[in-house]
Design a protein around this ligand. Structure first.
Ligand SMILES: C[S@@+](CC[C@H](N)C(=O)[O-])C[C@H]1O[C@@H](n2cnc3c(N)ncnc32)[C@H](O)[C@@H]1O
Length: 234
């Protein structure tokens, strides 16, 4: 099934990783690393990088987790997966991660298959104005073992009205225009700026995860609340 968002992600910008780095001032790497540490906290054997894109979270999981952890990255964009495989093949831990094509609404894994599921900067895509939002949450819960963790690193809403205003201005001016100039893809960075400016706050995300059946949910704010890590336990 091809959806408008899927078409957008198959036009992967040439400088995709560089643009992420520019618009987050290089903090995206640090935030993924923090999320990877949370995924690996209880020494999981199998970890899923959901909507892995070019594979940065999966690669970080391999680097930190070493040979004891088996990482699977899944994404519905073939060009993103191609880039992820290229990047992972040059790693010392190249055997640690495999990348497969698939849709978050219908994960091709049995129940209780993963000890942790991580997702970096794609939870918004799966939940914001997405008619399949509930299905995306149910699928993650299904493939997690009991007690397994769903670790989400995503843009968020700063609590302070002043900082929130500055953040939204930054998204609508700098991110939108820098993304377009560097990638040539206007639609993708308009979508990023608008969906991030209107995205749910930490309490709304917590409610969503609890309603989906997760037992315990908490949140670690990053960079004055402009981003955050949400941890949900099955
Ligand atoms: C903003 S990118 C984030 C990529 C990567 N996780 C990162 O940290 O840079 C979002 C990714 O989610 C993928 N994606 C969005 N919806 C998806 C779905 N329903 N199933 C599988 N992949 C999906 C897109 O193809 C894209 O690679």
């Amino acid at each position: 099934m091809s959806r408008p968002l899927q078409r957008m992600f198959t036009e992967v910008p040439h400088h995709y990783d560089l643009i992420n780095s520019v618009i987050t001032w290089g903090l995206d790497r640090r935030w993924r690393k923090r999320a990877a540490e949370e995924c690996l906290k209880y020494k999981p054997q199998k970890v899923l990088d959901l909507c892995c894109g070019t594979g940065d979270l999966a690669i970080t999981l391999c680097r930190i987790g070493g040979s004891g952890v088996n990482v699977v990255g899944i994404d519905y964009s073939p060009p993103m997966l191609e880039r992820a495989r290229q990047k992972a093949s040059s790693l010392a831990e190249s055997g640690c991660a495999s990348f497969i094509h698939g849709d978050a609404a219908c994960l091709p894994f049995p129940d209780a298959f993963f000890d942790s599921v991580g997702i970096s900067f794609a939870f918004r895509n799966l939940t914001y104005k997405n008619p399949l939002a509930v299905k995306h949450l149910t699928e993650v819960r299904r493939v997690l073992t009991a007690g397994g963790r769903y670790v989400i690193v995503e843009t968020s809403q700063p609590e302070s009205g002043l900082i929130r205003g500055i953040f939204h201005h930054y998204l609508r001016w700098f991110v939108r225009h820098a993304g377009f100039l560097l990638s040539g893809n206007k639609g993708a960075y308009n979508y990023l700026a608008e969906s991030a400016a209107n995205f749910y706050n930490a309490e709304e995300i917590k409610d969503m995860l609890l309603k989906a059946g997760f037992q315990e949910v908490w949140h670690l704010p990053l960079f004055f609340g402009a981003a955050g890590i949400h941890i949900a336990v099955k």
